[in-house]
Design a protein around this ligand. Structure first.
Ligand code: SF4
Ligand code: F3S
Length: 312
């Protein structure tokens, strides 16, 4: 295989220039909090890499994580990278291609007996034999276990796939759970968020491509590069918190002047995520910059645990 045939070739075919490719590798090296000197090594590894096969499963979810990298407008470089992987199976992307999704999945797994990366989006309901979520007539819980067993590793994307998310919030009746609680053995990496930050997903995959292993994680299996620091400690409004300068009404003058949103329910002091530094849309913005306090969507069980962000 030449570099032109692999992942690099797929990126070029999608319109990424050599210059943009090097910029992407350098940006993802930064997201991974690696020294800049690692960027050429990351670029060389991606250049030589095959199109890593990806099997993307969707369970109980809103599709937000798929939408996060499948926007119809101008995709970011990180979105292009994920799109350039060999997505062998994705129920939403393959809709209409084959009548029997189970057959498509079996074929995808058989094509890659030496492994693929499994990505799971959405919660996995366990109640009533898993019948709250069937794909091709099979309980989703069985499909996740089978696919994870043959994978080089499994990445749970979004809050629902990591801890059950919204379907597991109080009032839920499906016993919704995240991947790590239903898969036994194998490597599981959690990328919570509502939705997942595509930059973090791309960086996790690039780390696997470059170093043949997933990035170091914390006790909740979250990569330290993305979930190792508090939002509050990296926030551009932090100085105003220290000076006691707070917004007290949505969109008030204080908020527009960049003052702290803590009194509006901001959960930045309790939330571990790299949103302030990596941001969204290639670094354009993030909730607090846009004037909306953090609701802690990267935190465990945030629907119940993060409380009253909207009751002010
Ligand atoms: Fe902390 Fe939120 Fe205030 Fe930023 S806006 S300094 S994250 S409380
Ligand atoms: Fe979510 Fe807070 Fe980041 S709301 S996107 S964890 S700033």
């Amino acid at each position: 295989m030449t570099g032109e045939e692999g992942l690099y070739g797929a990126l070029l075919a999608r319109g990424l220039s050599r210059r943009s490719f090097l910029k992407l590798c350098s940006a993802l090296t930064g997201v991974l909090v690696l020294p800049a000197a690692y960027a050429p090594r990351v670029a060389a590894a991606v250049e030589a890499a095959p199109r890593l096969p990806l099997v993307w499963l969707r369970g109980q979810d809103c599709g937000g994580d798929t939408a996060a990298f499948l926007r119809s407008g101008k995709p970011t470089a990180a979105e292009l990278l994920i799109d350039s992987l060999s997505v062998e199976y994705h129920e939403s992307l393959m809709a209409g291609e084959q009548a029997d999704p189970s057959a498509s999945l079996r074929e995808a797994m058989a094509r890659h007996p030496h492994g693929y990366i499994a990505v799971v989006e959405g919660a996995i309901p366990a109640a009533q034999g898993g019948t709250f979520c069937l794909v091709g007539g099979r309980p989703f819980v069985d499909i996740v276990r089978e696919v994870a067993a043959g994978a080089l590793g499994t990445i749970a994307v979004g809050g629902c796939a990591t801890d059950g998310g919204a379907p597991a919030a109080s009032g839920g009746v499906t016993s919704a759970a995240g991947v790590e609680s239903i898969v036994i053995g194998g490597t599981v990496v959690n990328l919570p968020g509502c939705p997942v930050n595509v930059e973090n997903l791309a960086a996790t995959i690039v780390h696997f491509v470059a170093f043949k292993e997933f990035p170091a994680t914390d006790s909740r299996r979250r990569p330290l590069f993305a979930y190792g620091g508090l939002v509050h400690n990296q926030c551009e409004r932090r100085a105003h918190f220290e000076f006691g300068e707070f917004s007290t009404a949505w969109g008030d003058e204080a908020a527009q002047k960049g003052w702290c949103l803590y009194k509006m329910g901001c959960k930045g002091p309790e939330t571990y995520a790299n949103c302030p530094t990596v941001r969204y849309g290639e670094g354009r913005s993030w909730p607090v910059k846009a004037g909306h306090g953090c609701i802690g969507c990267h935190s465990p069980h945030f629907w119940d645990a993060m409380g009253d962000a909207y009751l002010r």
